[in-house]
Every structure is written in C-alpha cells, then in structure tokens.
Design a protein around this ligand. Structure first.
Ligand SMILES: [Zn+2]
Length: 205
C-alpha cells in the first residue's frame, strides 16, 4: 500500500471512523464491525486500497480480531494527554507495517512524498500504517489539540479535526449535533412540564 504523506487527513478520518464503530459509541444499535463482511464494507466505504485485501476478497476472523485490537489502540492514542505518547504510538503503528518514506513521480512527472508498506503486511498492519501516518501528520501540521472528544454529552465518540478552521465539535456532525438538539429539546420540555400551571404561561391549558 502507498499513501501520500501530505494527505494525512485521509488517515485521520479513517482513525476517527474506526474508533467510532465501537459499541461504546453506538449504545443503542451496538458494535458496527460485527463480522468480516462488516469490516469489508467499512474498508470499501473508505476506499482503503490495501495490498492485503485483493478486490472482492473477504477479511478473515483473525483479520477482524486484529482490526478490533487496532481500534482499541487507536482510541487510546486519541485519548492520550501526552503528545509524545501519541507520536511514539503512531510511529510504532507505522513501523509495524514496515512503512517507509518513498519519493515517487506523479502523472505530471512531479515528485511526491509517499509512505509505502511491506507488501506482506496484514490488513490490520496496513490500516495501522494509514492511521499512524494520519496521526503523525496532524501532530506535525496541525496540533495535538485537534484530537477531541465529541461535544455531545450523550456520545462517547472521539474525532480528529482536520478542518481548516479547527472548530469541529462532533464525531459524527450530522448525527451528534442532532442528538444534542433532541436532548436539549427533551430537557426543555421536561422543565416546562415541571413548572406549576400558573407559572410562566407557556404551553396550552
Ligand atoms: Zn458523537
């Protein structure tokens, strides 16, 4: 597998989405990566082109177990308060797939800085290299402050904010922002219901 070192937002997005497949985030529907087919779908949706997974092939149960372990490791790196610990962990993820810096020409003949992995690396190792490169790129180019917990009080998700402005607040912006609105709406309604009938005059009588 090869990935452009400058495209760290791809690996950071992959890290975010991988961490957020967990049942601790999907409290009502549960684990997203329930079987190898679910892992294949996840990789497909993210257009993660891995040498270890030829087109149309299915990951094994062993691959799934390794990816779930990688997910836990990635979550721990997103949660780590010590920046050096993150760099060390991300370096280690890249090293596991023997990721090496490689200078290649693009179709316009210009040099591009890639990271290539050992062709014999496993699915989890290749994914880990993508995640590692993403984390390292964010640490180097943006800052450790871009690793965040979801702002929704009812969500345990985490994310890496690679947006230009750096003001992202939710792990799944469409979903968690709405979840928060629903929670606020419920709290307001319960507050109104708790008020005495001769109170502020809101509501119908
Ligand atoms: Zn969230």
């Amino acid at each position: 597998m090869k990935t452009l070192f400058s495209n760290y937002s791809f690996g950071a997005g992959l890290a975010t989405d991988l961490v957020n497949t967990s049942a601790i985030v999907w409290t009502s529907t549960g684990e997203v990566l329930t079987d190898p087919a679910a892992l294949a779908r996840f990789l497909d949706e993210h257009e993660a082109r891995l040498d270890s997974l030829p087109r149309g092939a299915l990951p094994t149960d062993e691959d799934l177990a390794q990816v779930l372990a990688l997910r836990q490791e990635t979550r721990a790196l997103l949660e780590a308060e010590d920046e050096d610990e993150v760099a060390e962990g991300a370096n280690e993820l890249a090293a596991r797939a023997s990721a090496a810096p490689t200078l290649l020409r693009n179709s316009a003949g210009e040099w591009e800085w890639h990271v290539t992995t050992d062709p014999r690396a496993s699915i989890a190792d290749e994914l880990g290299a993508l995640v590692g490169v993403g984390l390292l790129g964010v640490l180097h180019t943006l800052s450790h402050a871009r690793f965040r917990h979801c702002a929704s009080p009812v969500c345990a998700g985490m994310f890496i904010d690679t947006s230009k402005a750096g003001r992202r607040r939710y792990c799944m912006p469409g979903l968690c922002g709405n979840r928060l609105n629903v929670a606020n709406h419920r709290a307001r309604r319960q507050g109104n219901e708790a008020r005495p009938a001769n109170g502020s005059g809101t509501g119908t009588r």
